[in-house]
Design a protein around this ligand. Structure first.
Ligand code: AP5
Length: 222
């Protein structure tokens, strides 16, 4: 009997470090990273119909309508690589309705990780964030500066990373968070995200290893 691969959700306020932790999780566990923010940004830069609809919402820091995002996520989750390698969902669900859409489809993670970070730290992380459009890697002008001058020259800033927009994104997050958490109370793990990224990853790593072991045990018991 083959053990079913891991299914993980990661959540937390804007700039709490979800993308940063996902890079490390993917490297160790080989899960398929599904980030709704990344998927939407790709649609926007490709100028697709979804991208054109989403653009206005994203640039002002509001949530893109559920029906657009939910179709995008459920389509991705049904693909072969996801079924084989397992999934790491980042940035979804972001509202009660989105969480309910997954429940209706019986799509449930093994574990729901929440990164807990203080508001003032979040704002600093957002405003200093830079992205490498070539590798997709996440940098920070102070915390994680780029390795070379060449990378530095090509880094971009997200249009929704101004202090004003971060504050409104944070407010939207706070309005929705409790209703989403209530769907996952039984598998919820809160992690202190105010610490260095390697220290945070150590905690997540041991949680995921534990879940994986439990899954293997249940498979053996049949
Ligand atoms: P999305 O891209 O998901 O944005 P977000 O949730 O606001 O999260 P971020 O990507 O801003 O932050 P992160 O937690 O990944 O932090 P990161 O690792 O980069 O969504 C964008 C938009 O798309 C939304 O506003 C909405 O419009 C739309 N959207 C997306 N999903 C949707 C949905 N389901 N429904 C509707 N609309 C949706 O880290 C941030 C910075 O901090 C970086 O510079 C990093 O280097 C630094 N950093 C990270 N960890 C640490 C650490 N431990 N110590 C110091 N610095 C750190």
């Amino acid at each position: 009997l083959q053990t079913e691969p891991l299914k993980v959700m990661i959540s937390g306020a804007p700039a709490s470090g979800k993308g940063t932790q996902c890079e490390m999780i993917v490297q160790k566990f080989g899960l398929v990273h599904i980030s709704t923010g990344d998927l939407l940004r790709a649609e926007v830069s490709a100028g697709t119909e979804i991208g054109n609809k989403a653009k206005e919402y994203m640039s002002t820091g509001r949530l893109v309508p559920d029906e657009i995002v939910t179709t995008m996520v459920t389509t991705r989750l049904s693909q072969k690589d996801v079924k084989e390698k397992g999934w790491l969902l980042d940035g979804y669900p972001r509202s009660f309705d989105q969480a309910q859409s997954l429940e209706k489809l019986k799509i449930r993670p093994d574990i729901y990780v929440v990164l807990d970070v203080l508001d003032e730290i979040l704002i600093n992380r957002c405003v200093g964030r830079r992205l490498d459009p070539v590798t997709g890697k996440i940098y920070h002008i102070k915390n994680f500066p780029p390795e070379t001058e060449e990378i530095k020259a090509r880094l971009i800033t997200r249009p929704d990373d101004t202090e004003e927009k971060v504050k409104s994104r944070l407010q939207i997050y706070k309005q929705n968070v409790e209703a989403i958490l209530s769907t996952y109370t039984d598998i919820l793990k809160k992690i202190n995200g105010n610490r260095p990224k390697e220290v945070i990853f150590k905690d997540i790593d041991s949680l995921l290893c534990q879940v994986q072991k439990e899954k293997e045990k249940t498979t053996k018991l049949g």
